[in-house]
Design a protein around this ligand. Sequence first.
Ligand code: 2BA
Length: 111
Amino acid sequence: MKIIYAIVSSDDGTRVTDVLTENHFSVTRLATTGGFLKKGNATLMIGTEAEKVDQAIQLIKDTCGKRQRITCNVPTPNIASISAGYMMTPVTVELGGATIFVTDVERFEKI
Ligand code: 2BA
């Protein structure tokens, strides 16, 4: 048996927990904080058989892998904005990503 620790962004935490659960993985989700940015993230603990580790990692990758999104939510002040308020400029931002550890489980019991 193995345990997977997957650190994902808080935004992806609910979605990836749902996807893993729908695919019959047992998941414990912890609200965690990154040591560097001091920003909230989510750590998933997934105990599973060794032969299912790759499937779990693929589901995590499909759901939370690094991706780019164009957003118009960044207000950019410019000359026009003085009279017309803030203009919304499309920008590309990178979202997601996961840090994954897989370790052996020495003993597993449910009592
Ligand atoms: P990532 O490397 O993608 O890491 C995202 C989060 O995953 C980290 O949040 C941390 O919670 C966890 N994590 C990553 N590697 C880990 C490890 N070896 N052991 C335990 N947990 C780990 P943050 O610590 O807030 O880091 C956010 C981002 O800042 C990192 O993204 C990385 O790009 C950068 N970063 C982290 N530590 C850094 C450092 N010492 N110097 C420069 N940049 C750093």
